[in-house]
Design a protein around this ligand. Structure first.
Ligand code: AMP
Ligand code: GLY
Length: 435
């Protein structure tokens, strides 16, 4: 068992809105020594952390390992899925250094939807019925044979954009061709999953696990489609709110008993020592909650409202997961709800416009109970903050009620300006579809 000094140096891998929210939470911890970042170009993370001065890549892992040794990093926190799928956790863990985030074999839950599906089937976890294909002709024949247009998913990692929910069989076949023949997601489309379309309300249930104990975080709702009214292409997420009102205590117990516990047990049976976030994307169907997907890290943007509401020390929580003592960690949440609105670039998700100057961030941040997390931003040569990616900013507000939080979030959004900015106006305001 590694010794735990009272102060711990932390390396945070990743540089989006989720990681800015994690950096802010880590920076509040009384346990923190020095926080290091792989993404000092993020203007929100930069003032909170010291830059890693070696290249960060799976090919040159030894450089990062050396860096961690020299700086006596005691905890590595991995934000995004890609480094987890590339095995960063396996390589960076030592007797003196913990990694929050699963090993490569565990990250397959997200990186290989076909593997995930078979694990869920074996563990009898409720999920949409589906079949996997590596041959485009067989996939097309199966799609055309279905009475209803099925959902089509690239099996590999596609930045949250690899899922098509087509309105017709012709559209479904088109999705198969895009993924498997045109390879719009590259090798992530070598295999597809074709599955039944489920109906109901969606909810993100994130849990932290130490491989044995499970600590469920307050449920969140994400808004994946680009435009108001849940239309347009799927995105990484255009906003989120927490807690979701969709789940009552009985449903949550059912999710824990029928979904999360059997998943953690199945991972254990596979010999996978999973320590980190287990994120279940669920549909509350008339037949009960079913898994749409698993992610192996905090959701983006769900992490932003979650970290805003977290009152406890995030490092205690992460170290609890790493040292298998999660059952001894108490977690306290701010009872007030939080709403997060994403402001995206012109052209997102296909072709986001970069280098566009942004005004008004400081004014928005000055509002009480508002936090602006940087996602796709950077500073240009004059020090001006400009767009640098698709999802540019996450604006989070809290209030006594969800409606208050929502009103305040939009007041803050309206103070921020850049050419071509797009944000949904209905985050946290969608009427629930009938169950
Ligand atoms: P995923 O990345 O697998 O969560 O899929 C992205 C989005 O596609 C989900 O948030 C759902 O809105 C939708 N989706 C995925 N699978 C299904 C399904 N089987 N039935 C209906 N909608 C789905
Ligand atoms: N917000 C969805 C995700 O992080 O995958």
């Amino acid at each position: 068992m590694p010794t735990q000094p009272s102060r711990i140096n932390v390396l945070l891998v990743g540089g989006g809105g989720r990681e800015h929210a994690l950096a802010a939470a880590i920076a509040r911890s009384p346990r923190l020594g020095t926080l290091y970042t792989t993404h000092p170009q993020n203007p929100g993370i930069a003032p909170l952390a010291t830059a890693v001065d070696v290249p960060v890549s799976a090919k040159a892992m030894y450089r990062l390992e050396q860096f961690c040794d020299h700086q006596q990093i005691g905890l590595v926190v991995i934000g995004p899925e890609d480094p987890l799928a590339e095995g960063f956790a396996d390589k960076l863990t030592t007797p003196d250094r913990h990694v929050f985030g699963p090993v490569q074999a565990g990250a397959m839950l997200e990186a290989d939807k076909a593997w995930c599906k078979s694990l869920l089937r074996e563990a009898m976890v409720p999920t949409a019925d589906g079949r996997e294909f590596t041959d485009p002709d067989a996939a097309l024949a199966y799609t055309a044979s279905r009475s209803e247009p099925p959902v089509v998913k690239a099996a590999g990692l596609a930045a949250g954009k690899g899922v098509f929910v087509p309105a017709s069989t012709a559209e479904a076949c088109d999705a198969v061709r895009k993924i498997m023949v045109q390879r719009i997601f590259g090798d992530a489309g070598r295999k597809v999953i074709i599955e039944e379309r489920l109906t109901g309300r969606e909810v993100s249930v994130l849990a932290i696990t130490d491989g044995r104990n499970i600590l469920i975080l307050p449920p969140c709702q994400d808004h994946k489609r680009l435009r108001d009214g849940d239309i347009g292409p799927n995105t990484g997420g255009m906003g989120a709110f927490c807690p979701s009102d969709a789940i009552d205590a009985a449903t949550m117990s059912r999710i824990e008993r029928d979904i999360l516990v059997p998943t953690v047990d199945a991972l254990k049976r596979e010999g996978i020592d999973y320590r980190g976030v287990l994120y279940a994307g669920l549909m509350l169907t008339p037949g009960g909650p079913k898994v749409l997907e698993y992610n192996v890290r905090f959701g983006d943007p769900e992490c932003q409202p979650l970290m805003t509401r977290l009152r406890s020390d995030i490092l205690e929580l992460m170290l609890g997961a790493c040292t298998r003592t999660l059952d001894q960690v108490e977690v306290e949440w701010d009872p007030r709800p939080a709403v997060c609105v994403v402001i995206a670039s012109e052209g997102y998700p296909e072709n986001p416009r970069k280098g566009v100057p942004i005004r008004g961030i400081e004014q928005a941040e000055a509002l009480h109970d508002v936090t602006v997390f940087h996602a796709g931003t950077t500073r240009d040569s004059q020090g001006q903050i400009v767009t640098a990616g698709g999802r540019v900013l996450s604006v989070v507000a809290q209030g006594e009620t969800m409606a208050d939080a929502r009103t305040l979030a939009y007041r803050a959004c309206d103070m921020i300006h850049f050419e071509g900015a797009q944000c949904r106006r209905d985050i946290a305001a969608i009427p629930a579809p009938p169950a």
